[in-house]
Design a protein around this ligand. Structure first.
Ligand SMILES: [Mn+2]
Length: 315
């Protein structure tokens, strides 16, 4: 099998070439790779600011500076993995249901080839069709969810499918196992006084931002690993997990969150989990400044890819 990898910088400066993720080769669903970058330019499920449809391309542009090796893990990712950018899913800009179906249909056969999708959103609604596509091959998944919101509402403004409901629907459809799922970073003012307990009543473990800071990152990593165990898992990273100082370009920002540095440290502790899919969502370029958010998202995606490489190396 051809090992797909980005060109190295000497001889090809990083500002040169077509803007795929990390300048990876552009692949088609017929190609074979270990991981698949997939853009999901969808924002019909956003309840406040919208424009996340422009997220994938902003993250790709910021990812030019993402190189082949992760020095924390002392690993060249592409010595262990082949990866490519599969472009964007089809989208119908005035039809939510049709778009959701098209996202799932695009991603499902890619997952069936054995590739791990690393999807770039899009508002958080996209996690639902992505989970459907991943669960179709891998079965019920443990969810590791970084976000300032639990996104487990039954409805949002009367709609069953939105960026506030993906994990409730995933639960209803049996795509995720709440007993082995964990949400981290939940914060912000709420509609009712006890809303923060809602995901717990559904069976999720939820670590609110204030609990996260008192636990500290090493203990937090232990909690995530204990919750997931050896199960196949899906990691969903909403950039509003980060404090707005580190991710201003997003739809529903909440103050009092972690820094990008803390997020990287957290992610780096998760290499023992067998991840079957990742998404990085809610990048909203029109509210971004100096690529702060897009650059954070590009590097979060690289840390996710690095986890796959570290796990491959250890086996
Ligand atoms: Mn979210």
């Amino acid at each position: 099998m051809t090992r797909h990898a980005p060109p190295q910088s000497p001889g090809s400066p990083r500002f040169r070439g077509i803007g795929t993720y990390s300048r990876l080769p552009q692949l088609t669903p017929e190609d074979r790779a270990d991981f698949a970058i997939i853009g999901v330019p969808f924002d019909l499920g956003a309840s406040f600011r919208s424009g996340q449809r422009f997220g994938p391309q902003a993250v790709r542009e910021a990812s030019r500076l993402v190189r082949q090796s992760n020095p924390f893990h002392r690993i060249n990712v592409y010595e262990h993995l082949s990866g490519g950018d599969y472009g964007d899913t089809p989208i119908f800009p005035a039809d939510l249901e049709k778009s959701i179906a098209a996202i799932e249909e695009f991603v499902r056969p890619i997952v069936a080839t054995g590739a791990v999708p690393v999807s770039l959103g899009g508002d958080h609604t996209v996690s639902l069709p992505l989970l459907r596509a991943v669960a179709a091959t891998h079965g019920k998944l443990a969810l590791v969810h970084f976000d300032s919101h639990s996104d487990t509402d039954d409805t949002l403004f009367g709609s069953k499918i939105s960026h506030g409901t993906p994990f409730r629907r995933a639960l209803d459809e049996g795509l995720i196992d709440p007993q082995h799922s964990i949400q981290i970073g939940i914060r912000g003012s709420t509609v009712t006084a006890t809303e923060a307990d809602d995901p717990r009543s559904l069976g999720f473990e939820a670590i609110e931002a204030h609990q996260m800071f008192s636990l500290g990152i090493p203990k937090l990593i232990e909690r995530i690993l204990a919750r997931v165990g050896a199960r196949k898992a899906y990691l969903s990273f909403d950039v509003d997990f980060l404090d707005p100082a580190y991710a201003p370009g997003t739809g529903t920002p909440e103050v009092g969150g972690p820094s990008t540095r803390e997020a990287l440290e957290l992610l780096r502790g998760l290499a023992s989990i067998p991840f079957a899919g990742f998404d990085v969502v809610e990048v909203l370029p029109s509210f971004d400044h100096g690529q702060i958010t897009a650059l954070a998202a590009a590097n979060v995606a690289f840390e996710c890819i690095s986890l796959l490489a570290v796990r491959r190396r250890s086996r």
